[in-house]
Design a protein around this ligand. Structure first.
Ligand SMILES: NC(=O)c1ccc[n+]([C@@H]2O[C@H](COP(=O)([O-])OP(=O)(O)OC[C@H]3O[C@@H](n4cnc5c(N)ncnc54)[C@H](OP(=O)(O)O)[C@@H]3O)[C@@H](O)[C@H]2O)c1
Length: 347
């Protein structure tokens, strides 16, 4: 039996589909009140004929990373764990809950895995956990984390989370870790990287000068399964297809959705103004800010990612980002309801 956390999220739902459509038995951890309707839609998107049956084959169990008893209760016969659950946020108000879920929650899961002598643990980390390159802006797996005011709280939480997994490895848990760049695919447009598509569709006018890596959610899922089912232990792998500027990514989304892409470049000055104005708007309206200091600053950074290690280990070929953008745009063209501001996910 396989246990998967984060199955209702962007990465986890793609991984769940990859596992179940390949005939594997999966127990998926889901918080009380979290939504799986979009997961079912996604299964049918990728396999119109058998999607519903695959979805019904998932054993959903209720639990929370912060509730160690709930984790222990779903461990019966579990041999393999895929850990995709985390809070992904750059908003200051989410810091505490993010640190608790990502660091303490991962420690809880690792402890339960050790207690139950799990055969292998595949952890979804992030390139954010690798830290900031000192020279040439090239990020690779052997980068050493350095404390810096430039690290976002999300990065700090993912670094702390990864450290718990390495601690588990020291205590005897076989682990493998993936560090994806920005993941592109159909997912809840109100959260995580799926928000990028929503912004373009909403007619965003500005782009920033940042460059980063992007990867298709389907390729993240494939690589995680291949790594889990290989003999590879105690290694981490960057999962990235291509480095693109945000302008290039937004233009792809705009092209496939038939809308106009952002036209104006927002330099550092404008970005710094924007997050301050957004904070003021949020304070006055009580609405969630659309931009934070960390998102504004990240959006202007240029970073490049090496995918050599995973290509060599698995022989994997990544889909071009244009394919990921097209898949995402086609999904939302077919199901525009998810983009409506009034839409609420049914449980
Ligand atoms: N998206 C990216 O660009 C990207 C890039 C690199 C790495 N990653 C990593 O990939 C993983 C998945 O991210 P994502 O993009 O799929 O995020 P997401 O769409 O926001 O999904 C997050 C998932 O975590 C679950 N979760 C959050 N807190 C939890 C808790 N306390 N207990 C149990 N489950 C909890 C959520 O469940 P609910 O449905 O109940 O909220 C949801 O299933 C994360 O580890 C993230 O750091 C993502």
């Amino acid at each position: 039996m396989i246990l998967l956390t984060g199955g209702t999220g962007l990465v986890g739902s793609h991984l769940l589909f990859e596992l179940v459509s390949g005939g594997r038995k999966v127990r998926a951890l889901k918080r009380a009140g979290s939504h799986s309707e979009l997961v079912k839609r996604l299964f049918c998107w990728y396999d119109p004929e058998n999607g519903e049956a695959h979805f019904d084959a998932v054993e959903w169990v209720e639990g929370d990373l912060n509730d160690i008893v709930s984790l222990q209760e779903c461990m019966k016969d579990v041999r393999f764990i895929y850990h995709c659950a985390a809070v992904v946020s750059f908003m200051p108000e989410d810091r505490q809950v993010m640190m608790k879920a990502n660091v303490e929650g991962t420690a809880n899961l690792v402890n339960v895995a050790l207690l139950n002598k799990v055969k292998k643990f595949c952890h979804c980390s992030s390139v954010a956990a690798l830290g900031i390159p000192q020279k040439d802006n090239l990020v690779h797996e052997s980068l050493v984390w350095k404390t810096s005011a430039r690290n976002s709280w999300y990065a700090i939480s993912k670094y702390g989370s990864e450290r718990e997994v390495w601690r588990g490895a020291e205590e005897g848990l076989p682990v493998v870790i993936v560090n994806p760049t920005v993941v592109i695919g159909p997912g809840d447009p109100a959260r995580s990287s799926a928000q990028l598509y929503q912004s373009v569709k909403n007619g965003m006018k500005f782009y920033t000068s940042g460059v980063t890596g992007f990867v298709d959610a389907r390729d993240v899922a494939t690589a995680m399964v291949q790594l889990m089912e290989s003999d590879i232990r105690h290694e981490r792998f960057i999962l990235s297809s291509e480095d693109l500027s945000y302008k290039e990514l937004f233009s792809l989304f705009a092209h496939y959705s038939g809308v106009q892409g952002p036209k104006y470049r927002a330099g550092r000055f404008l970005s710094e103004m924007a997050w301050r104005l957004e904070r003021m708007r949020s304070f006055m309206t009580g609405q969630k800010p659309l931009l934070s200091k960390e998102t504004a600053r990240n959006a202007n950074i240029r970073r490049y990612f090496s995918n050599d290690k995973v290509k060599k280990a698995l022989g994997i070929e990544f889909r071009p980002v244009s394919e990921a953008a097209e898949n995402t745009s086609r999904f939302f063209k077919k199901y525009p309801v998810y983009l409506s501001p009034d839409f609420r996910m049914p449980s």
